[in-house]
Design a binder for this molecule. Structure first.
Ligand SMILES: Nc1ncnc2c1ncn2[C@@H]1O[C@H](COP(=O)(O)OP(=O)(O)OP(=O)(O)O)[C@@H](O)[C@H]1O
Length: 299
């Protein structure tokens, strides 16, 4: 769906994007994670056609988005700072969107408005709280039934109940229509329950991009105990991290859980458990292997 090749962008000598490569498959929920200033908003603004790269290429469904109205009308974008016309109400914006997006679904708009009881459709949006303004943005964006939904720090300012409500509406769109979602955040934890692909952005380029399936089979955590010292680890198992407490050792191994379990079982331990790893742990160990200062990137 989104193919980004070698994109660079500088602002007055500040290199915001540095030969960035990124691929978002169709139907994916792709989480773009990185610290302040990593370049998340800059790459997102390129994807929605607001910025032109100094170098490189961005293709959406094989086409360049710049000056391309037919691609733009399939994309809904919620920026990190949302602006509406000064006096506009949600109903005014609904009529504006209806004129702008041929796929705008008015019936669906009224249906999902009911999920947001605080939303008064006839009051000026600028009188709303930050969280309610975000709700307006989601109601409008989802009513387009976009092929691509681009969200820059979407849950900032929303309480946990609203976050869940909004994610369940997004998941509904993904399930019913195969919508592709690109969502940015500072925090991997925020995205780990919803994304099936993750890209980690640091200093203007993607340092790691993985699908969840690929991730879950890439690192394994095992707890083992032996009657004596920990024997040499079998060939083919790379130890990324190891802690021993008395007889019990916790090992983080590169590779698939089944392979790790079989090879460790062949050593006849007194105890052998394969333990679940959070997405955050997987990234930490994967990137430690690549000598990145991961804690600065993920938290
Ligand atoms: N319009 C601009 N003019 C000058 N510098 C810019 C501009 N936009 C971005 N930058 C710089 O580019 C770099 C990347 O900024 P960007 O806003 O893309 O980061 P981000 O990952 O979205 O950060 P945050 O999480 O704080 O929103 C920063 O150094 C920023 O100061």
């Amino acid at each position: 769906m989104i193919q980004i090749d070698n994109v660079s962008k500088s602002f007055h000598g500040t290199q915001a994007l540095d030969h960035l490569q990124m691929h978002v498959p169709k139907g994916a929920i792709y989480g773009l994670v990185g610290p302040n200033g990593a370049g998340k908003s800059t790459i997102i603004r390129h994807i929605v056609g607001a910025y032109r790269p100094d170098e490189g290429e961005i293709l959406i469904d094989g086409e360049n988005i710049r000056e391309n109205a037919s691609i733009k009308e399939k994309i809904a974008y919620i920026p990190d700072e949302i602006f509406y016309f000064a006096q506009a109400t949600t109903l005014d914006m609904m009529h504006y969107y209806k004129g702008l997006y041929p796929s705008f679904d008015e019936q669906y708009f009224y249906k999902i408005c009911k999920c947001f009881p605080m939303l008064n459709l006839k009051k000026p949006i600028r009188s709303f709280s930050k969280g309610t303004i975000k709700q307006v943005a989601f109601v409008l964006a989802l009513s387009i039934h976009p092929a691509l939904l681009v969200l820059d720090e979407p849950v900032d300012g929303l309480d946990p109940v609203m976050r869940r409500q909004i994610w369940s509406l997004i998941m509904g769109e993904v399930a019913d229509r195969g919508t592709t979602v690109l969502v940015s955040s500072h925090n991997l934890r925020e995205l780990e329950d919803v994304c099936d692909h993750i890209g980690i952005l640091s200093h203007g380029h993607i340092i790691l991009e993985r699908s969840l399936d690929n991730l879950q089979s890439s690192v394994t955590k095992v707890q083992v105990a032996f009657d004596g010292d920990l024997p040499p680890i079998p060939e083919g198992l790379q130890v990324l991290h190891s802690v021993t407490n008395g007889r019990v050792s916790t090992l983080i191994l590169k590779g698939q859980p089944r392979e790790a379990q079989e090879k460790m079982a062949a050593l006849h331990p007194l105890l052998l458990d394969v333990l679940p790893l959070s997405l955050e742990e997987i990234f930490i160990y994967e990137m430690e292997g690549e000598h990145y200062e991961v804690k600065n990137i993920l938290f």
